[in-house]
Write a protein that binds this ligand. Structure first.
Ligand code: SF4
Ligand code: SF3
Length: 544
């Protein structure tokens, strides 16, 4: 075994990747990520020792969320970038220790480890990885917490890029990380895991506020999936600010901009959709990129996860930015305070490229975030009361490569015509191009947006609960059939549990990081269950 990682749904044998990640992450990068996570825990310990003063919480939290974001599945494969973050984590921690005159005598190793020679990192990383905790139940609870924190860190970082930060979120991130270096009771650890669900709600709320105050409230939009005759740039990942700046910089250049995968919801925002050069959405979810990037012909910008191992067919025209990275791929540097990122290299390259090859020619409808749903609330309530809508099925989450994810397409096809699918995240690509029709003008697939917009789905459900005067959201005619892949889906799951939703189906497998005992507890407390087969699950969900 040269590494150990079990953070995502595609982990080897649903146990753990031990030689190389199924995602393509190598042992060097994986081990460096373990060391980086360990050092973010040290920052948590330092801030705790300082008594959580505001400046240390903000500085430590800002760095920890950025660093953890770089470790989520398919975000960054570049060991150089992770090495730089390991060095920076020591600087951030030591500055806090110095500024607050912390007595280091009693601090644990994570808060003291000082190594500037990157060649020695691998030696250390071996002793601080996931398996350093031998008790499988403690390991399970600690990693459940860390993966939830990774997910909410991604959302927090996006919000911070738009100038929205919340000290409560940063403080919880630091407290949660530090907690994993302590000997706590099962109850105390469980409380941290559950609190991460609440903190994810804060983070998603923050990002929702950041997005809607910057780009307006999403509106119902039909997005074209065909192509135009101009050369194009394809933007993937989740960072709307990168897309916005690229749209600004490509205005009147004759270069069109297309969205890919989780960037599709950009089209729903008034301040983004107004750009005439935002041409459409190209292709499907993240894992189709090897073929779709080849046929796109123009440059590709990966703003966050999900990157798959880069193929020669597009190696010389793919770029990363932000916390995304891939060895040998050109990286667009961060923006300077008050300025924009400089995308001129990508734009010049686009001008020399052929227009994209058309791979489909249709439309995808979306834009059903909470504000838009609130405008439809009366129509939805009437449709439920009159029996036209019998049930809502939340099918949010991630897509992935595994064949058995065909389950989610089958469920969408087999659900009766009086049901409505609520979705967010890239899971939607399993059914968002199917002709599922509408119910009295209400489409049968309501797409709220990116995975963080699961917040909108939860808000819509709570709104319906109030509209029907119910005392428990589980009394609504709603079922959850969630697809998970990476750690943002873990955070979203924890948020749904915090909000009180029960009996969630999760698939296509339950996380490998849940030990049998932790799994049993989740089943007992929340009724969580694994997806089984489409026929039986549809029958159970809609009761026919
Ligand atoms: Fe394996 Fe997933 Fe970790 Fe990649 S992220 S190494 S596939 S568990
Ligand atoms: Fe998809 Fe990677 Fe998770 Fe944001 S793009 S949902 S998997």
């Amino acid at each position: 075994m040269s590494m150990f990682c079990f953070q995502c749904q595609e982990t080897a044998k649903n146990q753990g990747c031990t030689l190389r990640g199924v995602c393509g992450k190598n042992d060097e990068t994986s081990n460096l990520m373990d060391l980086l996570i360990y050092l973010t825990k040290g920052i948590g310990i330092a801030v705790e020792a300082a008594g959580y003063p505001g400046d240390a919480v903000m500085e430590g939290g800002r760095f920890a969320t950025e660093a953890l974001f770089a470790t989520i599945t398919n975000a960054n494969f570049d060991p150089e970038k992770i090495r730089a973050l390991v060095l920076k984590s020591q600087e951030v921690r030591d500055a806090i220790i110095k500024r607050h005159k912390i007595d280091v005598a009693d601090l644990p190793d994570a808060a003291l480890y000082a190594e500037k020679n990157a060649d020695r990192f691998s030696e250390k990383s071996i002793s601080v990885g996931v398996l350093a905790q031998e008790n499988e139940d403690i390991r399970s609870l600690q990693q459940f917490l860390i993966f939830g924190i990774k997910g909410l860190s991604a959302y927090t970082h996006h919000a911070a890029m738009l100038g929205q930060e919340d000290e409560r979120v940063y403080r919880f991130v630091l407290e949660g990380l530090a907690s994993t270096l302590k000997t706590l009771s099962v109850d105390q650890m469980t409380a941290f895991v559950m609190h991460s669900g609440e903190c994810t709600v804060w983070a998603m709320e923050l990002l929702d506020r950041a997005n809607t105050s910057t780009y307006g409230n999403p509106v119902i939009t039909k997005v074209k999936t065909g192509v135009r005759a101009n050369p194009g740039i394809l933007v993937s990942g989740h960072d709307l600010l990168d897309l916005f700046e690229l749209l600004e910089q490509t205005k009147n250049t004759g270069v069109d901009v297309y969205t890919h995968s989780e960037m599709l919801p950009a089209h729903y925002y008034p301040e983004l959709k107004k750009y005439p050069n935002l041409a459409g959405n190209y292709g499907g979810s993240w894992w189709h990129q090897d073929k779709e990037f080849a046929s796109f012909n123009g440059p590709i910008l990966m703003t966050t996860n999900c990157i798959v191992p880069v193929k020669d067919s597009y190696r010389d025209r793919i770029f990363t930015t932000g916390m995304a990275g891939y060895p040998g791929v050109r990286h667009i540097p961060d923006r300077k305070a008050g300025g924009q990122k400089d995308f001129s290299e990508i734009i010049s390259l686009a001008m020399t490229c052929k227009p994209p090859e058309q791979i489909e020619d249709g439309e995808i409808t979306g834009g059903f975030a909470h504000h838009q749903v609130s405008l439809l609330a009366d129509a939805i309530k009437d449709a439920v009361t009159s029996g036209k809508i019998k049930r809502f099925i939340v099918m949010a989450g991630c897509d992935g490569r595994q064949k058995d994810r065909g389950y989610f397409t089958e469920v969408a096809e087999k659900l009766p015509h009086d049901t409505v699918i609520l979705t967010a995240g890239c899971a939607k690509y399993r059914y968002n191009k199917l002709p599922l029709g509408d119910i009295g003008g209400i489409p049968r697939v309501l797409d709220a947006g990116q995975c963080n917009d699961s917040y909108s789905l939860a808000r819509a459900a709570l709104m319906l609960k109030d509209a029907f005067g119910l005392d428990d959201v589980n009394k609504l005619p709603i079922s959850f059939d969630i697809a998970w892949y990476e750690q943002k889906a873990v955070a979203v799951l924890l948020a749904l549990l915090f909000l009180g939703f029960k009996n969630i189906r999760l698939g296509p497998t339950l996380p490998a990081f849940l030990s049998p005992a932790v799994r049993t507890t989740l089943v007992r407390l929340f009724g969580i269950r694994k997806t089984e087969n489409a026929d039986d699950d549809v029958k159970e969900m809609v009761g026919v």
